[in-house]
Design a protein around this ligand. Structure first.
Ligand SMILES: [Zn+2]
Length: 183
């Protein structure tokens, strides 16, 4: 699962090694433009302060909703209404396209601007909840890391974002046990 909303959630980056280092990658020059380009969302102008602030607010909302799911609770009606208000910011039009002998409909944005990107991020999160299993949304159990991911393992028992966190936590547990037995 490589959803756009997960990229935005994880733009709030924390160093998994526990140095306490963290950065808001939305504020990192060029990061957001690279992300949207990779996702095929082409916006002519670079994001201004308003666009970045709006994405930060949407990210905070998604983080809040993720925390609810992590605690096996449903997000509040208020949060859902708020997410819908982000979806409203990106109206689209429907177009018919011919591909070989077949026809497809495409949803095209009315405006290729940062409101559209905001709407696409919200739509990605809405689709994750509507078409997938919200109970599979997880956060890396390394408390320094906090990486949000979608657990696609068969047994739904993935605990870490990556092997690096799993290994680090294994070493920490080992050290903690050794310190305990040395007392
Ligand atoms: Zn991690």
């Amino acid at each position: 699962m490589n959803a756009l909303c997960l990229d935005v959630l994880n733009s709030d980056w924390h160093d998994y090694r526990g140095t306490g280092k963290h950065e808001d990658r939305l504020l990192k020059p060029g990061w957001l433009q690279q992300l949207v380009a990779r996702r095929g969302l082409h916006v002519a102008s670079p994001p201004d302060a308003n666009a970045i602030a709006a994405l930060q607010s949407l990210r905070a909302l998604m983080q809040h909703m993720v925390q609810a799911f992590l605690q096996q609770q449903a997000p509040s009606e208020q949060d859902i209404a708020m997410l819908n208000s982000y979806l409203d910011t990106a109206p689209f039009k429907l177009h018919l396209v011919r591909i070989g002998e077949h026809y497809q409909t495409r949803q095209l944005p009315l405006n290729n601007d940062w409101h559209w990107v905001l709407g696409e991020v919200a739509a990605s999160f809405a689709a994750l909840l509507a078409h997938h299993d919200p109970s599979r949304i997880k956060q890396c159990e390394n408390p320094d890391c906090r990486w949000v991911y979608y657990d696609e393992s068969a047994n739904q028992n993935r605990r870490w974002c990556e092997d690096s966190c799993a290994n680090l936590m294994r070493v920490r547990r080992f050290r903690a046990r050794r310190q305990g037995s040395n007392r």
